[in-house]
Design a protein around this ligand. Structure first.
Ligand code: C2O
Ligand code: CU
Ligand code: CU
Length: 510
């Protein structure tokens, strides 16, 4: 069995239940600036705590004057509305599945019991409606919702099934942070996608399974070459990495500093001045950027470098062309001078949070995110026919299954991998094989205690639900939500192709 993927397999594409066509040619890029699309805001309180979502197929024109692509969305053709919920409320969401295939909707980062979580066990059959009542019991934060259907998450999310879920509370409002949705409080879902002649296509084959699907075009809320025109002043960006696999290493083209104010779990204790911020798939960061000088500025990402040795071969094959070079613009900000631009005021303190004490931890667990073609496997000569044959993978472009794993074991829907006591605190030692992997854990917030035996990075502070790991990373995890055997929580790599191909495990909390 050849290690090197053939050119055919590099460029081959599979079709998503007929939604997306196969790849034929290299894309023709237009670089016409377009206004950043702002997803509709649904505030649950303004609608009697009831929100309706409909997962549906549609057609989306990504480039002005270009062709329509077949896409998926919630209440629209690509992505979904932004849902705002208030701490202390209880919100019923009715999720109707009009896709014609099964789906689920997972509330990524929301602390709710297992049966409400929307993971692979809460399947919504075609034509059915799922009605979880979500108790909102956590501080203000920027969360996601997205498809989490077993084995098909990567394709459904790639095609558009993702949206933002914002939690707000009194504590956040009292700080006077920018809060005018779409004006000075701007949602930015970042994704990379591959297009052919303006049509969204689904990369397939072995590189997709190994590296995750990546593309040469960056979308912000589904908009390529996006431009936002906020008022000159202090602007809050809610950055969410909604890509299937790629990291975004974000900075402003003029090198200006900005303030990081919220991690995945919500506001930090104080704003952290940064000049660059890395966001892995599933991660979010809220930042404040001072645009009071009125000068336009581009938010850029560095090239995509999170690749195992496969990446070199993939590059030769023309896969994911933005791995090298200068990086790309993800969003241009063109401030509107409104005449009374007051100099921006950044609050000195944000919130105080109770920290967990590592000495409360009752046990340690090792969580290694392992790749089927990992170095371990290669050195034991297990890679080719061995591992792949044994696990029934059809080879490049073939059916995906349990190629990757957690601690070497591919995910199985019927197997509970850990049983945890409700209320316990544990230390998890996470690591990633061959490349950095974004580990996401359902139903919890955790803190990063340290990396590689040393202290945590400044970017590790705050409560999180997703963290990028490579070397050994210690997490302090508190289990506050119950999850029974029939509705366990997932822990997985948020490279969605890794998740779909076995890099996931499940645990019950009782
Ligand atoms: Cu955002 Cu288990 O996923
Ligand atoms: Cu999640
Ligand atoms: Cu991974």
């Amino acid at each position: 069995m050849a290690i090197l993927p053939t050119r055919r397999s590099l460029l081959a594409a599979t079709t998503l239940a007929g939604f997306l066509p196969a790849i034929h040619l290299r894309p023709a890029r237009s670089a016409e600036p377009q206004a950043l699309r702002i997803p509709e805001l649904i505030d649950a309180r303004r609608q009697g705590q009831s929100v309706a979502l409909r997962a549906q197929a549609g057609r989306t024109i990504f480039f002005p004057g270009g062709p329509a692509s077949r896409t998926l969305g919630y209440n629209g053709s690509y992505l979904g509305p932004t849902i705002r919920v208030h701490r202390g409320d209880e919100v019923e969401v009715a999720v109707a599945n009009a896709l014609g295939v099964g789906t689920t909707v997972h509330w990524h980062g929301l602390l709710v019991p297992g049966p409400l979580d929307g993971g692979p066990h809460q399947m919504i059959a075609p034509g059915a409606t799922w009605r979880p009542r979500l108790p909102i019991r956590q501080p203000a934060a920027t969360l996601l919702y997205h498809s989490h259907v077993h084995g098909g998450t990567a394709e459904q999310v790639y095609a558009g099934l993702m949206g933002l879920l914002l939690v707000t509370d009194e504590e956040e409002r009292a700080l006077g942070l920018p809060f005018d949705y779409g004006v000075d409080d701007i949602p930015v879902v970042l994704q990379d996608r591959q297009f052919e002649e303006g049509v969204l296509v689904l990369p397939g084959g072995m590189p997709a399974m190994m590296l995750g699907r990546r593309g040469d075009t960056i979308l912000a809320n589904g908009t390529p070459d996006a431009v936002a025109r906020p008022p000159a002043g202090l602007v809050r960006l809610r950055l969410a990495n909604g890509a299937n696999a790629r990291l975004f290493d974000l900075s402003f083209e003029d090198g200006r500093a900005f303030h990081w104010i919220a991690s995945e779990g919500g506001l930090l204790e104080r704003p952290v001045p940064l000049r660059a911020i890395r966001l892995a798939p599933g991660e979010r960061a809220e930042v404040l950027v001072d645009l009071s000088d009125g000068r336009p500025v581009a938010l850029r990402t560095a090239p995509d470098t999170n690749l195992p040795m496969m990446g070199m071969m993939a590059r030769m094959g023309g896969f994911a062309p933005n791995m090298t070079g200068e990086g790309q613009t993800v969003l241009r900000l063109e401030p509107r001078l409104t005449g009374q631009a007051a100099p921006a005021r950044i609050p000195g303190r944000l919130v105080s949070r109770e920290r967990s004490d590592p000495s409360q931890a009752v046990r340690r667990r090792r969580v290694a995110l392992t790749m089927g073609m990992g170095m371990g496997g290669m050195m034991q000569g297990e890679m080719g026919g061995g591992m792949m044959g044994r696990r029934g993978i059809g080879g490049p472009g073939g059916a995906m299954g349990g190629m990757h794993g957690i601690n070497g074991r591919p995910f199985e829907m019927g197997r509970i991998d850990a049983r945890i006591r409700l209320g316990d605190v544990e230390i998890w030692e996470a690591s990633g094989e061959m490349m950095a992997h974004p580990l996401h854990i359902h139903g919890v917030h955790f803190e990063v205690l340290g990396r590689d035996g040393g202290p945590a990075d400044p970017r590790d502070q705050g409560l999180r639900d997703t963290v990028l790991v490579r070397g050994p990373t210690e997490l302090l995890v508190r289990f506050t939500q119950p999850a029974p055997d029939h509705a366990p929580f997932m822990l997985h790599c948020h490279v969605l192709e890794h998740e779909d191909n076995g890099m996931m495990a499940q645990f019950v909390v009782a």
